[in-house]
Every structure is written in C-alpha cells, then in structure tokens.
Design a protein around this ligand. Structure first.
Ligand code: ADP
Ligand code: TMP
Ligand code: MG
Ligand code: ZN
Length: 192
C-alpha cells in the first residue's frame, strides 16, 4: 500500500497552517506516529514550531533540506507534515514521492505564488504529484470578500523570499491586486 500526498495551497492568511494542524490532530487522536517539519529559514514564530496566524501551534523539527526529513524518520511514522513547503528546494518532490511509496501519508502546506505572482517552483511541482489538492482563499484585505487568492506586499524589500507577516503582506483578490498595482486603490485603505 502507498501513502497519499495532500497539498494545501493558497495566499497568506488563507488558513493553510490551520488546515495542516487539523490533519495533525486527526492522526494524533488516532494514536498514529507522526512528524512535523518546517524549513529552518522560517523563523517568524521561533525555530521549532509551526504556528497559525490565529495562534494555534505545534512543535516542529526545523530542517534545511528535504533529505533531512528522510534522515530524521524512524521508519514507523504513519504521516509526515511539512509547513511552508515553498521554502524547500525542488528535491522536496523526490522526498514526497519516496515517502508515499513507503506507505507514509504526506501533508504539505505552502504558498503557490510569490507576491509578484510567480509560482513557487517546489509547490508547483508538488501540485503535479498530489493526490488531493486543497486550494484555500483568504478574506480580501481591501474589499472584505472571501475571494483573496493573492498576497500583496505593503512594505519591505523587493526580494521574493522575505519572511514576515502583517507588517509586510496583505491578502487580496485579483481585482484589488490590479487596482493596487495601477494606483487606483490606496494601500492604506485596507480593512484588515
Ligand atoms: P496561512 O498559513 O495560510 O497564512 P493561518 O492558518 O496561519 O493561514 O491563519 C489563518 C487565520 O488567519 C484565520 O483563521 C484568521 O484568524 C486569520 N486571518 C488574518 N487575516 C486574515 C484574512 N485576510 N483572511 C482570513 N483570515 C485571516
Ligand atoms: P504564511 O503563508 O503561513 O502566512 O507564510 C508565508 C511566509 O512566506 C511568510 O514568512 C512570508 C513569506 N513570503 C515570502 O517570502 N515571499 C512572498 O512572496 C510571500 C507572499 C510570502
Ligand atoms: Mg502558514
Ligand atoms: Zn478585493
């Protein structure tokens, strides 16, 4: 028997981490052995935990490369959970495949796009492998509708890898994103 890959994607604040942690809870309730991983470079809430914007959190093992995930496992885990998967190298694809082939369920959560609307390559690759894809939406910070599919940068550097939260990014729908880019919408007018 093989495991299943579930991929949770969407913009910032769309509930990716919350959804990932709800799957963690299901496996824990069933007394299944699991491991939770996160990329070392994500230091937003400290190095050894996965945390949602709502405050819920879970202990996690920080790793630099996807291979370290394989090296850390005992071999009897039923599921592996990875948050912020967009920050891992493309080797994550091979690691996820190896795990499902070993009968381990894999749950990954991450951004599908940068704030510039470029795909995060690792997430895009995993989309092709996933058995189940959960695409989340956030509440648009400008118009208040539950249709935000994009992240928009409100401050900070140009770099497409830039750790941060509400001080740097908002979630917006496509119309509001384009309005902001054209200058028709004032970035300070956001409701959230
Ligand atoms: P993600 O990992 O996708 O960034 P989280 O699971 O960490 O999302 O956080 C989701 C939580 O963020 C929501 O339950 C809500 O409390 C909060 N939140 C803050 N801003 C927004 C927004 N614009 N849309 C939806 N939820 C938001
Ligand atoms: P989140 O999806 O759990 O809210 O976290 C996304 C993280 O990714 C956060 O630290 C900000 C970072 N990020 C980038 O590095 N580049 C981007 O283009 C975006 C949108 C977010
Ligand atoms: Mg998150
Ligand atoms: Zn909007």
């Amino acid at each position: 028997m093989s495991g299943k890959l579930t991929l949770i994607v969407g913009p910032m604040y769309s509930g990716k981490t919350t959804e990932l942690l709800s799957f963690v809870e299901i496996y824990k309730l069933g007394k299944k052995k699991i491991r939770v991983f996160k990329p070392k470079l994500d230091v937003r809430y400290g190095v050894d935990k996965v945390k949602a914007h709502s405050g819920i959190e879970e202990k996690a093992i920080p790793v630099e490369s996807p291979r370290e995930i394989l090296e850390t496992l005992d071999g009897d885990e039923k599921a592996v959970f990875v948050d912020e998967v967009q920050f891992f190298s493309e080797e994550m694809y091979d690691v996820a495949r190896e795990l499902v082939d070993r009968d381990v369920d894999v749950f990954c959560a991450g951004l599908d796009m940068t704030y510039k609307q470029n795909p995060f390559k690792t997430t895009a690759n995993l989309l092709s492998l996933a058995d189940i894809v959960i695409k989340k939406k956030a509440v648009c910070s400008i118009c208040g509708e539950h249709n935000a599919t994009l992240s928009f940068k409100i401050s900070g550097e140009e770099s497409e890898i830039d750790i941060g939260g509400e001080e740097k990014y908002i979630a917006v729908c496509r119309d509001c994103y384009n309005g902001l880019m054209r200058g028709d919408i004032d970035v300070h007018s956001h409701v959230i």
